[in-house]
Design a protein around this ligand. Structure first.
Ligand code: TMP
Length: 208
């Protein structure tokens, strides 16, 4: 039996990473085979691409180059890690996937959802998540949170202005409406415990 592919999306400071870690811990303690991974990254080649994309010194990076690099990292991560895990029956919990590219590059960078969707269609070759949790938060609140957490490194995209991050959120909400069958919106401005419980409940439902 193949595993379930779940992705978690949201803007900076939505608390995805912390909540995901807690969910993975709980499910693993129940003996469920979970692969926790992230994009861009998760495997050596994609982590190398990540460091190029997010390097604050790469101020000259063209928007299409950026979109292609994310898609390239996605492809490698998918074939090297996600697909083998699903095929052996493990469930994959991935921090970010194609919706990040559609929201950040398609909407916020203004490349267009269709255009970014088509390079990603080439990259993913129809492997789509069974469930996507969208941690929704106003960018003012999300950005304030990341600046409080001094241990988190500020990357090239974090440095974009507020209007960019507002477009990211608009993009995500548009995608959630368009793909209501796959994307579940969770209000990430709630207390972490509540966000955790709601996210866990949705995941348990899809795993059962
Ligand atoms: P994070 O792993 O700390 O969330 O950082 C990844 C950054 O890359 C974040 O700002 C979102 C951005 N991103 C895109 O712009 N497009 C993508 O396709 C992905 C996966 C991430």
């Amino acid at each position: 039996m193949t595993g379930v592919f779940i992705t978690v999306e949201g803007p900076e400071g939505a608390g995805k990473t912390t909540v995901l870690e807690r969910i993975v811990k709980v499910l693993s303690q129940r003996g469920i085979d979970i692969v926790h991974t992230r994009e861009p990254g998760g495997i050596a080649i994609a982590e190398q691409i990540r460091s190029v994309i997010l390097n604050k010194e790469n101020t000259d990076m063209d928007a299409r180059t950026e979109a292609l690099l994310y898609a390239a990292a996605r492809r490698q991560h998918l074939v090297e890690k996600v697909i083998p895990a699903i095929n052996r029956g493990a469930h994959v919990l991935c921090d970010r996937f194609i919706d990040s590219s559609l929201a950040y590059q398609g909407f916020a960078r203004g490349l267009g959802v269709e255009e970014v969707g088509s390079i990603n269609a080439f990259a993913i070759a129809e492997v789509m998540p069974d469930l996507t949790l969208l941690f929704d938060i106003r960018p003012e609140i999300g950005l304030a949170r990341i600046h409080q957490h001094t241990e988190r490194e500020i990357n090239r995209l974090d440095l974009e202005d507020l209007s960019f991050h507002k477009k990211v959120r608009e993009g995500y909400l548009y995608l959630a409406e368009k793909h209501a069958d796959r994307i579940v919106v969770i209000d990430a401005e709630q207390k972490e415990e509540v966000v955790f419980q709601q996210a866990l409940a949705k995941i348990e439902k899809v795993l059962s």
